[in-house]
Each structure stands twice: as C-alpha cells, then as structure tokens.
Design a protein. Structure first.
Length: 186
C-alpha cells in the first residue's frame, strides 16, 4: 500500500514537471514580439543616413500620409546635407520589422509597398538578403531603422499588365537610424 502511494505521488510530480516544461517551451516559441518587431530599437539612435558608406547627419524629416489604390501609406523624406532620401511604408506595416526581400504589399491588387529610394519591396530580388525596415509613427514623432542593400533600381509595378518592371542593376547600401520629430510634408 505504501509503495502504491509513493508511486502515485511520483507520477503526479512527473506530470506536473512535464506540464511546466511544456509551458516554458510554448512561451519561448511564441512570436508575439515578432509581429510588432519586438523591442529591438537601438538604445541610442545615430540620427544619420549612411548611403554607400558615406554617413551624413539627418537635418530634417518630412512625413506625409498618402493613399493610393486603396492603401494608406507614409511617404518619408529624410534631408541630410544637401541630399534627400525617400522611404515609404504602408500604414498597416508600421511597427513591424519588414523583410524587404519579401513582397510587402498589403493588397495584391495594389502596387503600394515598402520602398527605399526607387527600389520597391515586391519580392522580386531587388533587395539583398538581410535588408530590413522598421518604422514607428506616434503623434509628431517617428522612429526609423532600415538597413540593407538595393540591387535593383526602378522595379516599378505596372498596373496595366500586373507585372514588375525588372529595373536596372545597382549596388546601393543604406543604413538609417532616426528617432525624433518630423515636419508634415507636401
């Protein structure tokens, strides 16, 4: 009788340990942070644009909310030195880490996607592996972290033929970190 109680107690403890381990495993595998981009913002933003290895301080950021083909998006112009750098992102993709090598359109009926300068994220090998973008807009502040390499330029989507223009080969690296206020753009 004593052995039966001890055996029952051991099985109960074993079952509790198994359930506890399963809970820990499920918690570790969850992807809630991945959908929102996790908490991987830099501790301190550089406030610079680096294009093809040349780093320039960001002087001003202009942001405009636009809509085209039934998709809302942000058009962001970053002024640094005497140059401008444009990025765009669908509003539905804000606060997410975007893999620019994948098609980032919200609607397959729309050409609106994430873009860096004149390279668009259609999943057509216009960006090199590891190219990412994350944008957050809150009130009158914006956070931008984008890094990678554009390997095609001008890969514009043709709505009439539903085909992507192959664009021209290029090799443009980009690395932007900015957190601060923006000016409403036009």
């Amino acid at each position: 009788m004593k052995n039966l109680k001890l055996k029952s107690l051991m099985l109960t403890l074993l079952a509790m340990v198994a359930v506890s381990m399963m809970c820990v495993s499920l918690t570790a595998c969850g992807d809630d942070d991945d959908d929102k981009g996790g908490s991987d913002w830099p501790a301190k933003f550089r406030q610079t644009v680096i294009v093809n290895g040349v780093e320039k301080a960001i002087d001003e950021v202009k942001l405009e909310k636009l809509s085209a083909y039934d998709v809302d998006y942000y058009s962001i112009i970053i002024h640094s030195g005497e140059g401008k750098f444009r990025i765009s992102i669908p509003t539905a993709s804000v606060d997410k880490v975007l893999d620019l090598t994948k098609d980032q359109r919200i609607s397959q009926k729309s050409p609106v996607t994430a873009s860096i300068a004149s390279t668009y994220a259609y999943g057509d090998e216009s960006f090199a592996q590891g190219s990412t973008m994350r944008v957050s807009v809150s009130g009158n502040t914006v956070k931008i972290v984008t890094k990678g390499k554009a390997i095609k330029d001008g890969n514009i989507y043709n709505m009439a033929t539903n085909e992507i223009n192959p664009g021209k080969s290029c090799s443009n690296t980009f690395d932007i970190e900015y957190s601060g206020t923006y000016t409403p753009g036009k």
